[in-house]
Design a protein around this ligand. Structure first.
Ligand code: SF4
Length: 418
């Protein structure tokens, strides 16, 4: 095996992972060309390999406020967050993370903790690595050197900086190896090192080279529990950078998992759309092993968005999948109201596909892979379908939802809401 030995035991020969291996209840007949990555253990979870795409977030409380941090981590965990990040701006904060971890363990909150280390964070990273399941460093800031604008680095200066990075990274690698914990090399478009910006410009290539420098040092020292992220506030930049990173890793025989996110996305609907474009586009191409939707809101709001992206792409199932036409002149009932009624009654049936379609002309054909369909038949009448077969015809619309529930019960597909 080469020095880039990825030792990915269980890697499928064709690089395609079967839906059954992805967790949740993916659409059975779909095959996901998910990129095979090296599995990296983080606490009791795994990022990459055959593991489901993990949902993560970051708390906003002051790290020194132990009680508030424990409370927010717990809330995120209870909302479905599978990895929680906490910032470690100083050595004192690093020790506070140790106390947060201790308290979470005492309360039996098993969510893995990730410490976020930024500016000149060598000592902080060394300290916090004693407590957490994963450390995140930003290669653009880990060893920070900045020359005046337009400065041209000589080959000797470039080599010196690379040697300095290696010197500063090796002690951290030693601790990470001793504790068998993971490292995220988290590149941000907005904080590339001065040297790499001069060499490659403020580009996706510069972002990839920033990660590769650190990756190669880790590999030289026999450490491979690595996750990579390349984030940007513009979805298009983040998409290009991740695609390019996959290519650059493939050229080197590497297969490290990728953490996806659009950073500084803002808040509200626009932030959710930007994140969905960036994360969803890459997931649809099989790229990505863990995601964070960064919102300038309470981080608890990030979790449902993550799950909706994963459900929308068919990678995780956390609720019923609804298919509904927009309605048109052929629709003889109040489609939005009925869709809401059906959703309220059946939204807890994780794994089922239920269609609500406006008319009998196009509805049955358009609802494609639905398990059950509620289809408008005429004024005041609907039909219920199991797959493509009509099983209840000419049902009065005011009994439509209760008849649908009765059908699900008769088929053994019903369970009472929790
Ligand atoms: S399925 Fe029927 S009601 Fe719905 S949009 Fe198509 S034609 Fe209109």
């Amino acid at each position: 095996m080469s020095s880039h030995d990825t030792a990915d035991s269980g890697s499928p020969a064709n690089g395609v992972i079967s839906p059954a291996a992805l967790g949740g209840s993916p659409i059975p007949e779909m095959e996901y060309p998910r990129r095979w990555t090296r599995p990296v253990k983080v606490g009791s979870f795994t990022i990459g390999g055959m593991a489901p795409v993990l949902v993560q977030s970051m708390i906003t409380e002051d790290t020194r406020n132990i009680d508030a941090c424990v409370r927010q981590v717990t809330q995120l965990y209870e909302a479905g967050c599978e990895l929680v990040r906490v910032t470690a701006p100083t050595l004192r904060d690093a020790d506070c993370i140790g106390r947060i971890k201790e308290e979470l363990d005492r309360r039996e909150v098993p969510v893995p903790l990730v410490a976020d280390v930024h500016h000149e964070g060598q000592q902080i990273a060394l300290q916090v690595a004693k407590y957490v399941d994963k450390v995140r460093i930003n290669p653009g800031l880990y060893v920070f050197r900045k020359k005046s604008a337009g400065y041209e680095y000589t080959d000797d200066e470039i080599r010196e900086q690379q040697e300095l990075i290696e010197e500063q990274l090796v002690p951290l690698i030693t601790v990470l190896k001793e504790r068998d914990i993971a490292l995220r090399i988290g590149v941000n478009h907005g904080s590339l090192s001065d040297r790499l910006t001069v060499m490659y410009g403020d580009t996706p290539e510069g972002m990839c080279q920033s990660a590769l420098e650190f990756l190669e040092i880790c590999e030289r020292h026999g450490y491979r529990n690595l996750v990579i992220s390349l984030k940007a506030s513009r979805a298009a930049v983040m998409i290009q950078a991740n695609r390019l990173m996959v290519k650059r890793m493939e050229e080197r025989g590497m297969s490290y998992p990728l953490h996806l996110g659009v950073t500084e996305a803002g808040d509200g609907q626009y932030a959710r759309i930007k994140s969905t474009i960036g994360i969803g586009t890459l997931l649809a191409e099989g790229i990505g092993d863990t995601i964070r939707v960064s919102l300038a809101e309470d981080p608890i709001h990030e979790i449902p968005v993550c799950y909706e992206i994963l459900q929308g792409i068919g990678l995780r199932r956390t609720k019923t999948e609804f298919i509904a036409c927009p309605g048109c002149g052929r629709t003889k009932f109040d489609l939005p109201t009925v869709l809401n009624e059906v959703r309220n009654a059946t939204g807890h049936l994780k794994g089922l596909n239920i269609a609500v379609m406006g008319c009998i002309v196009n509805g049955p054909g358009e609802m494609a892979d639905a398990d059950y369909g509620y289809v408008g038949k005429g004024v005041g009448l609907i039909s219920l379908y199991r797959g493509h077969e009509v099983v209840k015809n000419m049902v009065p619309a005011d009994r439509g939802v209760s008849e649908l529930i009765a059908l699900l019960q008769a088929d053994g597909r019903w369970e009472d809401p929790a």
